[in-house]
Structure formats: C-alpha cells, structure tokens
Write a protein of this length. Structure first.
Length: 268
C-alpha cells in the first residue's frame, strides 16, 4: 500500500505493470479502484499509477483542502517522488480537470493528455445533480443514492440485467475505502467553485478526448465545441457508452488509448 507525504496530506497510490508510465486520475466520488477494466490490459505494456485524489480512498486527511489545481500539484509531487521524468496523463470526468490542470502546470512532464468524458466546462446542473445524490445519501435508505446515481453513469444496457445493477450497489456499499458522506460534500463544495473555462487556452500538449455517445452528464455538442479549440487535439466519440465510458466500452477505450500513446512517446 504505497503512500507518500506532501505538506498537508498522505497520498495513497497504486502501481501495476512495467513500461512507460501512465497516470490514471479518477473522477468525482471515485478513487484508484474505479479504473477496474483498464488496469490489467494497460499494465501489460505500461507502468500504471493510480492515485487516490484528495477526499477519496486511502488519502488522508479526508477533509483536506481540495480543488482540481491542488490535485494537479499533488500529481506533480508524486511524479517527483517516483523520479518519473514524463508520463502519459489520463483523467476521467472531474479527473479530466485534474489531468488538464497538470498538463498546463507541467507540460514538460506530460507525454500526452487523455480526457475521458471530460471537457473544460463546469455546469451548474452537474452541481445540482450531485448535490441531490448527496442529500439522498444523508436522509434516504442505505444504497438509495447509488441506485439514483448509476442510471446517470452507465449505458442503458447495463440495467438489462438487474443482478448486475444490484451487484454494483452491493459492491459499492461494502467497499472498505468508500468516500464518506462528509468527504463527498466537501469535494462537491470545492468543485462548485472551480472554473475550467480557460483550460482550452492553457493545454499545449498532444491531447486525446474520448466522449461517450450516450453521456447524460457531459453534453456532447457543447463538449465537442470546447474540446476542438484545444491545439493538437483528437476528439473521438465512443458508441454504446455513457459517462462511465471505461466500464461501458473498455475494449474501445483501450484501443484508442494504446494507439494514441504509442504515437506520442517521450522519445519521439
């Protein structure tokens, strides 16, 4: 269980595989475990590093000050700690904010940037949506907030098998490092204050953006308009996938990722 201390947190991270380094940065409410189907295939070719962002997983304290720029600074500290000159940086959803902030903060340490279901927008609707889940968690029966959340995350075919949905709920409830209610609200409060609108002008590294055809959280048209303003960007849309794109369509996501990263090596 590797970890290292910064000035104000002890960051937990996981490392798998060997090869060029790849950082996987989780989104809202998620931690290093959220990358499930990506880990083993990527670890066959890459050193895969998965940090627990502030407020999540085994990173302590759970209520440390947080923001996407602060988390990006943590990633830079981790790269320094691991003595990694440069790495591929991949972020999902809110993790895409962190990944993009890192690429802006340290372009010379960023081999490539990949954004999964993420764009430089922070919609008020998203805050109201997640605040609603938080409120349900505060007062509703155990697991109800997850049953409300999952239809926003997964493709509709995920729910064709009721056992699959209930298994995901049960697994989330028994996960020993699940984000607490207080940490969830703390993360949400911080995200409400974040303005990513200038990111399109600050990203200068080779970028891949994968949008999901059926994403209910990141509106496709608006995301596409913003992402295409990033220099040196390749924007693709993955069919039959919703916001949890790497769970709905892992094979397609892996094919895009590996092809892109092969074309953007540090020694090119």
């Amino acid at each position: 269980m590797p970890s290292f201390k910064t000035s104000d947190i002890e960051m937990h991270y996981e490392i798998d595989g060997a090869g060029p380094p790849v950082f996987l940065i989780a989104g809202m409410l998620s931690d290093s475990a959220s990358w499930g189907p990506m880990i083993a295939p990527l670890a066959e070719k890459y050193t895969v590093i998965r940090p627990d962002n502030r407020t999540t997983g085994r990173t302590k304290p759970a209520l440390a000050p947080t923001s996407p720029p602060q988390n990006a600074t943590d990633i830079l500290a981790l790269i320094d700690h691991l003595d990694i000159p440069t790495a591929h940086i991949i972020g999902h959803s809110m993790g895409g904010y962190i990944a993009a902030e890192f690429a802006s903060l340290a372009p010379q340490r960023t081999t490539s940037l990949t954004l999964l279901c993420s764009a430089p927008m922070n919609l008020a609707r998203s805050w109201h949506l997640f605040q609603g889940f938080c409120d349900v968690r505060k007062s509703g029966p155990e697991g109800l907030w997850l049953r409300c959340l999952f239809p926003w995350l997964f493709h509709h075919k995920f729910f064709d098998n009721p056992a699959q949905n209930e298994g995901a709920v049960a697994g989330s409830l028994t996960y020993p490092y699940a984000q607490s209610l207080d940490a969830m609200q703390h993360q949400l409060n911080a995200l409400k204050q974040y303005d990513p609108s200038d990111l399109v002008h600050r990203i200068k590294v080779p970028t891949l953006a994968l949008l999901a055809q059926n994403d209910l959280i990141v509106p496709h048209k608006e995301a596409l308009e913003l992402l295409t303003q990033i220099p040196n960007v390749d924007v693709q849309t993955v069919a039959h996938a919703a916001h949890s794109i790497h769970w709905d369509a892992p094979a397609a996501v892996l094919e895009y990722l590996i092809t892109f990263m092969k074309g953007h090596r540090h020694d090119n």
